[in-house]
Design a protein around this ligand. Structure first.
Ligand SMILES: Cc1ncc(C[n+]2csc(CCOP(=O)(O)OP(=O)(O)O)c2C)c(N)n1
Ligand SMILES: [Mg+2]
Length: 829
C-alpha cells in the first residue's frame, strides 16, 4: 500500500547487529542473494561481495538460507514488519512439497513439448523447456491463492511456454492446441485472426487442495509486455464488479521474459501504479521466466544490472531469485510470494532462473550465437529426470510412457477435427453487446428532457453548506448552474458533467483517468471540489442520487501506454461502464501507439474481443507549436477498417454530450476516439443552448442552418469550422455553407450524400483542414467525398506537407491560419 513506502527506515536495518550471529546473518540477509547459486548451468556464477564473510561460525547456516538456490532481495523494503515476515519465513522451517505432483507436472511439461516437436517439426512453439518449473510454480501459486480466497487467476504472458500453460494451467484439452497447429480451418479467418501463441484461453483449475480456480489467460500481441497493464486493468474491473472481496478473489499473475522485463518501459509504468488508489489490484504476482537469454542476446547485452529484475527494486517489494532446477525451492517461493501478496496487498517478483533448451523458436539455431552455452545445454538432462533422481520417486519411465501416449492420442484426435476449437468462453456480462459492422438498430436516443437536465444541474453545481469552496470554482459552479437552467450557453465542461451525471444516475458506471484529469488540463473539468481549509474532497458526480452507479475520475501517473493499456483492459471486463482515457494533449497518445494498434484497433479483428474504451485526445492548431497541436487524426483514420472503431470530433458541447451518452447507451461496443477541443472549450460558437441537449441524438454531420442556397460548400471537422464561420461573418458572405463532419468513421455517407443533394447547385466543394496535407483527415476524406459528389470536383485547403505537425512560432501560425481561411473562401473564384 502507498502508506508503507513512506515509513521510516526502520531501526532494525540501521542498528549495528549486536551479536556475532546477527552480524553474519545480517550480511547474508543484505547481500546473500548476490552469492546465491541461481543458474542451473553455471553461466551466471555467484558473486561474493566483500561484505559477505566466507568463513566462521554461522556462515554455513546463513549461507544455506540466503545464498542457496534462493536469493531474496528484501532489505530495501522500509517497513520492518514486511522484512521481518520474509526473514521469519526464510529462516524458519520449510513447508513440505508434494513432490509426486511436481514430478508429474514436469513430465507433462516436457512431454507436451516433445510431442509438438516431433509432430510439427519446423513450426514455432516457443518451448518452455529449461524453465518447466514454471508449471509446479503456478500450481503452488494457485493452491495458495485458493486458500486465501481466490476464485480466478488473471494471467498475462507472452510467447514463452504459452501453449504448455494453456494445457497445463488453463487446462484446455491438448487436442485443442494440436488442432491449432493443424490450422484446420483457414477460411474462417481470412484476413483476420491471430497466431496460436497469442490467443487467449479460459478454463478451470482444480488445486491440490481441491478448490476450483477459474483461469483467464489474456490474449496478447507480439509486443512484449504490452499485455501487462491490460491484464492489471482487466483484474481491476473484475475486482470492482465483485466489490469488497474483489482483491481477494481475483489475482493477477504476469509471466515476463527476462530481456523484456529489463528492456520494456511499460514494465516500469505498470509497476509504478501498483499501489495507487485508481489502479491497485492488491498486488500482482510477477514471474520472470528467466532463461538468461532474449532471442540471441545475452544478459550482459540486455541490462546494465546484474539481474533482469532490477527495475522492480524501485519499489518496496520483495524479489525472489530462484534456481529453476531446485523444484522444491521454486514451489516454496511460490507459496511465500502469494502469502506475502495477500498479507501486505503488495506486488511480488519471482525471478525463475533456468535456461532455454532450443533456439528462440524451434526453427532457430542457437549454436551459431551461443556455441558453448548450447553445447552445455545439449548435454543437460530434462528437469524431470533430475528431479526423479533427486526425489527417488520410482516407476518414472512407465509414467513418462503413459503421458506420451496420452499426448499422442490427443494429437491424432486433433488431426480429424474440421473446425478450429475456441479455447475460451466469454463472461456472461458480454451477452448483451455486439461487435461487427454497424447496424441502424444500434442507434439510441440520447436526448434528455429539460426537467431531467435541471435536476442534474442542481446536483452538479451544489455542495454541502459547510464546504469551503475556492472562489474560482464557486464562480464556475454558478455559471454551470446558469447553463443548466438555460440562462447561458452550455460549454464542454458542463456538457461532459451532464453526460456523466446522467449515466451514473441511470446505473452506468463512469471511469475516467488521465494526467491531471480531475481538474482537467485546460481547467475545464473540476470534477473534484476541494475544501480550501482542510482539503476534504467533494465530488458532485458521486452525489447525484442514492442508488447511482460509481463515478471515478483519477489523475493518472505520467504514463500513456501503461494507463491506456489499463483502461482498455478495464473496458474489456466492464462493458456496461463508460471507460475513458484522456491524453494530456492528443499527440502524447503516440507514446501509447502499441496499445492503440495492437489492442484498441485490432483487438476485435485478431481475437474477436470487443471494447468500448473511449480515448479523449485534445486536438487543434492554436499556435502552441509542433507538439501541442495534433492528435494525429490521420493515424486513427488509417487504422480504421471494418468498423473496428469510431472516430469523432464533436463540434459543440451538445454534440459531445450526445456522443458520450451514445457510447454508453448503445449496445454496439466499439472503441471511440474523440478529438476534443482546447481553446474551443470556451469558445461561444462551440457552446450549445440547453435545448440542444434535448435533441434526439448525436449528429454525424452538422448541417448548416444559416445558408440554404450555397455556391460553395466547405466541409471540415473541429475547430477550423468555427473559424470558417467567423470568417464568413466578417466577409458578410451568405453563399458559403459550412458543414462539420463530427463523425469521421464509420463514414457518414448517408448524411453527406443528403447534404450534397441539398446543395446540388454549389459549384465549389472543398475539404478544409488546419493540418498539413500529409496529415489530418484529408487523404481519408477526399476519395470518399469524391465518390458521392458526382460530377463535381472536390478540392482541398490545407497547410503544405510537413514532417512536423505545426510551426513553433505563434506568429507564423497566425499567418498560416489567415491564409487558410482566406483561401477557403476564394480558391477557384
Ligand atoms: C516490443 C517488442 N520488441 C521486440 C520483439 C521481438 N522479440 C520477440 S521475442 C524477443 C526476445 C525476448 O526475450 P525474453 O524477454 O528474454 O523472452 P524469451 O523469449 O527468452 O522467453 C524479441 C526481441 C517483440 N516481440 N516485442
Ligand atoms: Mg529470455
Amino acid at each position: 500500500m502507498a502508506t508503507q513506502t513512506k515509513t521510516d527506515i526502520s531501526a532494525s536495518v540501521l542498528d549495528v547487529p549486536n551479536s556475532e550471529r546477527e552480524r553474519v546473518f545480517d550480511a547474508f540477509r543484505r547481500w546473500g542473494y548476490l552469492a546465491a547459486d541461481l543458474d542451473p548451468l553455471g553461466f551466471f556464477p555467484p558473486e561474493w561481495p566483500s561484505d559477505l564473510p566466507k568463513e566462521g561460525e554461522y556462515v554455513q547456516e546463513s549461507r544455506n538460507i540466503y545464498s542457496g538456490t534462493v536469493g531474496v532481495e528484501f532489505i530495501h523494503i522500509p517497513d520492518p514488519q514486511r522484512r521481518q515476515w520474509i526473514q521469519t519465513r526464510m529462516e524458519g522451517p520449510q513447508a513440505p512439497v508434494d513432490q509426486d505432483a511436481a514430478l508429474e507436472q514436469l513430465i507433462r511439461a516436457d512431454l507436451f513439448e516433445l510431442v509438438l516437436q516431433q509432430r510439427y517439426l519446423g513450426t514455432k512453439r516457443f518451448s518452455l523447456e529449461g524453465v518447466t518449473a514454471l508449471i509446479p510454480l503456478v500450481d503452488e501459486i494457485l493452491d495458495t491463492a485458493a486458500e486465501q480466497g481466490a476464485v480466478e487467476l488473471v494471467l498475462g504472458m507472452s510467447h514463452r511456454g504459452r501453449l504448455n500453460v494453456i494445457v497445463q494451467v488453463t487446462k484446455r484439452p491438448a487436442e485443442e492446441v494440436f488442432a491449432n497447429f493443424e490450422d484446420v480451418d483457414p477460411r474462417s479467418v481470412l484476413g483476420s485472426g491471430d497466431v496460436k501463441y497469442h490467443m487467449g484461453a479460459t478454463g478451470e483449475y482444480v488445486t491440490r487442495g481441491g478448490s476450483k480456480v477459474h483461469i483467464h489467460l489474456v490474449s496478447n500481441p507480439s509486443h512484449l509486455e504490452a499485455v501487462d497493464p491490460v491484464t492489471v486493468g482487466r483484474t481491476r474491473a473484475k475486482q470492482d464488479r465483485t466489490g469488497e472481496s474483489g482483491q481477494q478473489q481475483y489475482l493477477p499473475l504476469l509471466v515476463h521474459g527476462d530481456s523484456a522485463f529489463a528492456g520494456q518501459g511499460i514494465v516500469a509504468e505498470t509497476l509504478n501504479y501498483a499501489d495507487l488508489r485508481g489502479y491497485t489490484v492488491g498486488g500482482t504476482i510477477h514471474v520472470i521466466a528467466n532463461n538468461l537469454i532474449g532471442f540471441t542476446t545475452v544478459p550482459r547485452e540486455s541490462h546494465s544490472s546484474r539481474f533482469a529484475a532490477q527495475i522492480a527494486r524501485r519499489q518496496a517489494i520483495p524479489i525472489f531469485h530462484v534456481n529453476a532446477e531446485d523444484v522444491d525451492a521454486v514451489v516454496r517461493v511460490g507459496r511465500m510470494a502469494v502469502e506475502y501478496r495477500y498479507k501486505f496487498k503488495s506486488d511480488v517478483v519471482i525471478d525463475l532462473i533456468g535456461y532455454r533448451r532450443h533456439g528462440h523458436s524451434e526453427v532457430d539455431d542457437p549454436t551459431i550465437t551461443q556455441p558453448l552455452l548450447y553445447k552445455a545445454i545439449k548435454e543437460h538432462p530434462p528437469l524431470w529426470e533430475i528431479y526423479a533422481e533427486d526425489t527417488g520417486i520410482e516407476d518414472v519411465q512407465a509414467r513418462v510412457q503413459a503421458i506420451r501416449e496420452e499426448f499422442e492420442a490427443a494429437q491424432q484426435k486433433a488431426g480429424s477435427l474440421t473446425k478450429k476449437p475456441s479455447l475460451r468462453e466469454l463472461p456472461k456480462y458480454w451477452g448483451n453487446y455486439k461487435g461487427g459492422r454497424y447496424k441502424s438498430e444500434y442507434a439510441v436516443e440520447t436526448g434528455m428532457s429539460s426537467d431531467e437536465l435541471q435536476a442534474l444541474t442542481e446536483h452538479l453545481t451544489t455542495y454541502p453548506a459547510d464546504f469551503h469552496i475556492h472562489p474560482k470554482v464557486k464562480k464556475l459552479l454558478e455559471q454551470r448552474a446558469e447553463m443548466g437552467n438555460g440562462k447561458r450557453a452550455v460549454d464542454y465542461g458542463m456538457a461532459e458533467a451532464l453526460a456523466f451525471g446522467s449515466l451514473v444516475k441511470a446505473g452506468i458506471p463512469v471511469r475516467l483517468s488521465g494526467q491531471d484529469s480531475r481538474r482537467g488540463t485546460f481547467n475545464q473539468r473540476h470534477s473534484v471540489l476541494l475544501d480550501i481549509e482542510n482539503e476534504q474532497e467533494y465530488v458532485p458526480l458521486q452525489n447525484i442520487s442514492a442508488d447511482q452507479a460509481r463515478c471515478e475520475i483519477y489523475n493518472s501517473t505520467l504514463s500513456e501506454a501503461g494507463v491506456l493499456g489499463f483502461e482498455y483492459g478495464y473496458s474489456r471486463d466492464y462493458p456496461e461502464a463508460l471507460v475513458l482515457w484522456e491524453a494530456q494533449f492528443g499527440d502524447f497518445a503516440n507514446v501509447a501507439q502499441a496499445v492503440i494498434d495492437q489492442f484498441v484497433s485490432a483487438g476485435e479483428d485478431k481475437w474477436n474481443l470487443l471494447s468500448g474504451v473511449v480515448l479523449l485526445l485534445p486536438h487543434g492548431y492554436e499556435g502552441q507549436g509542433p507538439e501541442h497541436s495534433s492528435a494525429r487524426i490521420e493515424r486513427f483514420l488509417q487504422l480504421a477498417a471494418r468498423d473496428n472503431f469510431q472516430i469523432c470530433q464533436p463540434s459543440n458541447a451538445a454534440q459531445y454530450f450526445h456522443l458520450l451518452r451514445r457510447q454508453a447507451l448503445s449496445h454496439w461496443r466499439k472503441p471511440l476516439i474523440v478529438f476534443t477541443p482546447k481553446s474551443m472549450l470556451r469558445h461561444p460558437d462551440a457552446m450549445s443552448p440547453i435545448e440542444n441537449f434535448t435533441n434526439p441524438s448525436f449528429l454525424r454531420v452538422l448541417p448548416d442552418s444559416e445558408v440554404s442556397e450555397a455556391k460553395r460548400v466547405l466541409l471540415c471537422t473541429g475547430k477550423i469550422g468555427h473559424e470558417l464561420r467567423e470568417e464568413r461573418k466578417s466577409r458578410k458572405d451568405n453563399s458559403t455553407a459550412i458543414l462539420f463532419v463530427d463523425q469521421l468513421y464509420p463514414f457518414p455517407e448517408e448524411e453527406l450524400s443528403a447534404e450534397f443533394e441539398r446543395y446540388s447547385m454549389a459549384r465549389d466543394i472543398m475539404w478544409v483542414q488546419e493540418e498539413p496535407a500529409n496529415m489530418g483527415a484529408l487523404s481519408y476524406m477526399l476519395p470518399r467525398l469524391r465518390q458521392i459528389s458526382g460530377e463535381r470536383p472536390v478540392l482541398s485547403i490545407k497547410r503544405s506537407p510537413s514532417a512536423s505537425p505545426a510551426t513553433g512560432s505563434a506568429k507564423a501560425h497566425e499567418m498560416e491560419q489567415k491564409t487558410l481561411l482566406s483561401l477557403a473562401f476564394t480558391t477557384g473564384e
